[in-house]
Design a protein around this ligand. Structure first.
Ligand code: CO
Length: 181
C-alpha cells in the first residue's frame, strides 16, 4: 500500500480525458489499492486516477464501510430522476457546491477480475460514481455550477491558495498527520 500525492485544481492532468484501460493487469491492481489507501487517508468517498496524476480510466468509490466499488472503464448505461445535492472534491479542498445529478444510475464497469458487469446505485453512491466518471473526462463538479456561483467559489479557492506553490499535495496517514482537535 502506498499513498499517492493528490493533484489539486490547476494541475493539467485534472483536465485530461483519461485513456481506456482494457485488460486489467497487476500494475492496475496496485494502482487501485493505492487509490483506496489515499482516499481513506483523506477521508474521501471517491477518488479518480487523474487526481493522483494518472490519466487512465479507473476510479474508486466507497460511501459506506461495505460498499467499496472499483470503476474500470466505467460507462453509465441507464439514468433515472434528477436530484440536487452538495458536493466537494479532494482536488479542491474546502470548496462545496450544490450539483444536480441523476438520482439513480446503472454503470457498466470492468471488475478487478477482468469481467464486464453492471452495478446499480442510488443516492450518494450514484452521485459519487457520476462525480468520479466526470473526473475521467476532465470535468470537475464546479463546471456544473452557475457562472456566478463558480466565480464566487473560484475567488474563495484562489484566496485559500495564496502563498502556496504548485498543485500537488502530499497525503499523510492519519497517525502521521499529528493530533487534530
Ligand atoms: Co473529485
Amino acid at each position: 500500500m502506498a499513498l499517492r500525492p493528490l493533484h489539486l485544481l490547476g494541475s493539467p492532468v485534472l483536465r485530461e480525458r483519461a485513456a481506456e484501460i482494457g485488460e486489467v493487469d497487476d500494475e492496475l491492481l496496485h494502482l487501485v489499492k493505492d487509490l483506496f489507501d489515499t482516499m481513506h487517508a483523506e477521508k474521501g468517498i471517491g477518488l479518480a486516477a487523474n487526481q493522483v496524476g494518472i490519466a487512465r480510466r479507473v476510479a474508486v468509490v466507497q460511501t459506506e464501510e461495505n460498499d467499496a466499488l472499483v470503476l474500470i472503464d466505467p460507462v453509465i448505461v441507464e439514468r433515472e430522476g434528477r436530484v440536487k445535492g452538495e458536493e466537494g472534491c479532494l482536488s479542491i479542498p474546502d470548496i462545496f457546491g450544490d450539483v444536480e445529478r441523476s438520482a439513480h444510475v446503472v454503470v457498466e464497469v470492468t471488475t478487478t477480475s477482468n469481467e464486464r458487469v453492471r452495478v446499480e446505485a442510488t443516492d450518494l453512491r450514484a452521485r459519487a460514481i457520476q462525480h468520479e466518471i466526470d473526473h475521467l473526462d476532465g470535468v470537475l463538479f464546479v463546471d456544473h455550477l452557475s457562472p456566478l456561483k463558480r466565480r464566487m467559489l473560484m475567488k474563495k479557492w484562489q484566496k485559500s491558495r495564496k502563498g502556496k506553490e504548485g498543485y500537488i499535495k502530499e497525503v499523510q496517514r492519519e497517525e502521521e498527520a499529528g493530533s487534530r482537535i
